[in-house]
Ligand binder design. Structure first.
Ligand SMILES: [Zn+2]
Ligand SMILES: [Zn+2]
Length: 298
């Protein structure tokens, strides 16, 4: 088994020293309705119409299941592994993590990680890509994704990941949506139109807004046990909805930890899944915060 190095270079050294420009206000709002954002709104409309036309409780349960499985994939893979290198795994499982997370239709693995690292570098500073304080709730939630300023993957921010050709392949614009399309086809083949509507359309819309809520609502509502330089907050409701990501103030306080719930009562389902995978030797060296960090004395 080939071990993938998780000795991530310091974010300071891999991030661009020049802040990128951010368009705000009505111009940014208008950009989120550009033609290429049509698919995003089209999926919303199709999910709403489909949910009404094919309503069933079985469908609701299917949407919830598809949502939580993919939420764990997004948070374990895109966020904790690729963005923060919070644990180690094999090169083969690394690929599977990226493939699974891309079924979320949240663009490519390198795109996701590079923009997330940028957020941590400039959290709630003028250069932050998605800061409620700086550019408002709309922009922080979805405006920055739908606009055209952040389409490009900044390879300099993910130099530790771009060395893997299979990740560059998955991140390619012509490829990055294929895992999501494949999942949609599988739901359609197994469950017909109803399976496609609930298992893919409805759950994907839920997954988008669940993930995006960490960029927006987790910097607005909740408690701040740690005096970080940003607005990040701990919010138990968001933590339940996002399988642990709602402990966002903990996360900004100590980013490289595999667990974002620091205390036993801070439910963190993604971390529990990682612990089970570690039991089977699929992942290892899960990073945890030192006691002094949790206590807030370091
Ligand atoms: Zn944040
Ligand atoms: Zn993060």
């Amino acid at each position: 088994m080939t071990t993938v190095s998780t000795l991530a270079p310091s974010l300071e050294s891999e991030l661009s020293p020049q802040p990128l420009p951010v368009t705000r206000g009505w111009r940014a709002w208008l950009r989120s309705f550009r033609p290429s954002a049509g698919a995003f709104w089209g999926v919303h409309a199709a999910a709403l119409i489909g949910a009404i036309a094919f309503f069933s409780w079985k469908g609701v349960l299917l949407a919830i299941a598809s949502y939580f499985v993919r939420m764990v994939l997004v948070t374990a893979a895109y966020h904790r592994y690729f963005s923060h290198r919070a644990f180690k795994t094999s090169r083969a499982f690394q690929f599977l993590l990226a493939l699974g997370a891309q079924s979320s239709a949240q663009k490519g693995v390198l795109w996701w990680a590079s923009h997330h690292r940028h957020h941590h570098k400039y959290s709630d500073m003028p250069e932050d890509i998605h800061s409620v304080r700086r550019s408002g709730l709309w922009h922080a939630h979805i405006g920055w994704i739908l606009g055209d300023e952040w389409d490009h993957t900044n390879d300099a921010l993910v130099a530790d990941l771009t060395k893997y050709p299979e990740l560059r392949f998955l991140n390619h614009r012509a490829v990055q949506l294929l895992p999501a399309v494949a999942l949609a086809v599988v739901f359609g083949l197994l469950g017909g139109v109803s399976g496609f509507v609930w298992g893919f359309l409805v759950s994907t819309v839920m997954l988008w807004h669940g993930s995006f809520s960490i960029n927006s609502l987790s910097h607005l509502f909740g408690k701040r046990p740690y005096a970080t330089t940003d607005d990040s907050r701990n919010n138990w409701a968001l933590a339940l909805l996002t399988t642990g990501e709602g402990w966002h103030n903990n996360h900004h306080h100590y980013q490289s930890s595999a667990n974002q719930g620091f205390r036993w009562w801070e439910i963190d389902v993604t971390y529990y899944v990682l612990r089970v995978l570690a039991l089977f030797g699929v992942v290892w060296d899960l990073r945890r915060p030192p006691a002094a960090v949790v206590a807030g004395t370091a």
